[in-house]
Ligand binder design. Structure first.
Ligand code: F6P
Length: 521
């Protein structure tokens, strides 16, 4: 065992032992008058408050030691310099280069050329005025990022074209997207890194048929974005209508590339540039700031403490912003496809890695699952995301929204003791029965991220913050955050099952055979 790994195992054991002891009472940690300044920071338009976590000075030091023992500094350098850290696919991981950080001269030139081509194309479409609608077809990373950002940008930027999305292979997805659109005024953007994805190819075929049925030539309406140019050409997309990206951009990290072309067309190249600028700001901070004042690093390490120290197996992400309502779905892919891995880079069990990511917009969640968050038998840390500026012209609504967000994090932390409840109940005849029901345990951790506004810049910084958090956690857990072999088996079997539903005779287990038998035509 090397001295580094020995050190890591010792630090890890210390952390586990602290966690097993239960961790401190969060509210009591504020007896340290410096707590808030130690545990909060601002980067660009994001203020992050990590003070409502059960992290005391001793745990904080352990987490910093852990980052050092895992050579986070070295990994960060290898990542940003374009080393092939995605070893199982033998690829570099260079999404920050799309925002101007890292990559060699060749990469930087390719990115610059593509940015010019995208902006010119977007301007041209916007100036022509020929199209009123864009149907963006893609799934997973070719959908979730653009969809989240399309919603987010609505807060501050007027869309010039109506942008709709089709992702699921369920015919309802493409039907809903095309519903009410005039094909002659509709552009279709097919986005697939691999150009081998069943859902995307079927939806693109259906959109093409819809265009043809209306007498439109698909070559004048359909463009593609892909890292597999040959695949797109084979699918029938004219080479001039293809926008490339590269194998060093992971699908779930690709919104910054030509995958964001629909956004650029609908919202304009300036907004897209600002979005990239916001990410670049977070990149610079991540690359330069000391770990103890580095927002993505702190977020990641506190997540490790919650997962591996305190044993919490999920993380709720609750955006108090209708325009960010897709954020938890976006993060499900970003975090769970990246770090949802039980086997480490070294081929050995990695222990407990990515927690389940879940959530919904506030205040809606308060009327659904917050009962579980406050009084349930498991604890889920929460990431609250709120936006300081009212973009809806309804200041009274906005203040109420923010009040709810702040109150929930306070309630989770401070709770309400049985003694307090009893005092409130006074001589209520059912005080004994009611008191335990109305008690809140408290000491439930949360992070609050407060964005100045929902500008493209703030949105860019927010997404980049989580991207880097995921990278850091992957380093600590020792997994490759940039492959996704776990999605393959189901895809392969689906092809076999589809063939069996169409009359094939594949062999399956009895349960699967029975299901196929019931549906076979
Ligand atoms: O099935 C998972 C996945 O491979 C994701 O990683 C990816 O974002 C998505 O499918 C879509 O893939 P593609 O962009 O190649 O169509």
């Amino acid at each position: 065992m090397s001295s580094t790994s020995l050190k890591k195992s010792e630090i890890w054991s210390d952390m586990k032992a602290r966690g097993a002891a239960g961790g401190p009472n969060i509210a009591n940690l504020f007896s340290d008058k410096d707590r808030l300044s130690k545990m909060s920071l601002t980067v660009g338009k994001i203020y992050a408050d990590f003070s409502k976590h059960a992290v005391d000075d001793g745990t904080f030091k352990i987490l910093m030691d852990l980052a050092k023992a895992c050579d986070l500094d070295g990994w960060r350098t290898r990542f940003l310099s374009g080393e092939r850290i995605n070893v199982s696919e033998n690829r570099a991981v260079l999404h920050p280069a799309l925002r101007g950080l890292g990559g060699d001269a060749g990469v930087q030139e390719a990115v610059a050329d593509m940015r010019v081509r995208m902006a010119e194309f977007a301007d041209q479409i916007r100036e022509q005025g020929r199209f009123e609608n864009i149907v963006h077809i893609g799934i997973g990373g070719s959908d979730l990022g653009p969809r989240l950002v399309a919603d987010g940008l609505k807060a501050t930027v007027d869309a010039q074209l109506n942008l709709v999305f089709a992702e699921n292979v369920d015919g309802a997805s493409i039907n809903d997207a095309l519903d009410g659109l005039d094909p002659t005024k509709t552009m279709v953007v097919v986005v697939s890194k691999s150009f081998g994805t069943q859902e995307t190819k079927m939806n693109a075929d259906s959109a093409r048929a819809w265009l043809k049925a209306a007498g439109c030539d698909p070559a004048d309406h359909v463009i593609a974005v892909s890292a597999n140019r040959e695949g797109a050409v084979e699918f029938g997309i004219a080479p001039d209508n293809i926008f490339d990206f590269w194998d060093w951009v992971g699908g779930r990290y690709s919104v910054w590339s030509a995958v964001g072309l629909s956004l650029q067309i609908a919202y304009g190249p300036d907004a897209f540039d600002e979005f990239l600028g916001g990410a670049a700001l977070m990149d610079a901070h991540f690359a330069q700031a000391d770990f103890n004042k580095n927002m993505p690093v702190l977020m990641a390490l506190i997540g490790v403490w919650n997962r591996n120290g305190l044993g919490y197996d999920s993380l709720a992400v609750i955006p108090y912003s209708r325009r960010l309502r897709k954020f938890s779905a976006f993060l499900q892919q970003l975090e769970m496809e990246s770090n949802g891995k039980a086997i480490g880079r070294d081929g050995k069990p990695a222990g407990q890695t990515c927690p389940i990511i879940w959530g919904d917009e506030g205040t809606n969640g308060q009327h659904a699952f917050f009962q579980w968050l406050h009084q349930g038998s498991s604890i889920a840390p929460v990431d609250f995301v709120a936006v300081a500026t009212d973009h809806e012209g309804r200041p009274n609504h906005h203040k109420a929204l923010l009040a709810n967000c702040i109150a929930q994090s306070e309630a989770l932390m401070v709770g309400k003791t049985e003694a307090e409840v009893r005092e409130e109940l006074g001589d209520h005849p059912k005080a004994d029965e009611l008191a335990p029901q109305k008690t809140f345990f408290g000491n439930r951790p949360s992070t609050t991220l407060l964005l100045d506004d929902l500008s493209p810049e703030a949105l860019g910084s927010l997404i980049a913050l989580y991207e880097h958090k995921v990278f850091v956690q992957g380093v600590i857990w020792g997994v490759n955050s940039f492959d996704q072999w776990g999605v393959q088996l189901g895809k392969v079997l689906a092809t076999q099952v589809l063939s069996d539903l169409n009359g094939g005779n594949g062999k399956h287990d009895p349960s699967t055979m029975a299901l196929i038998g019931r549906l076979k035509t």
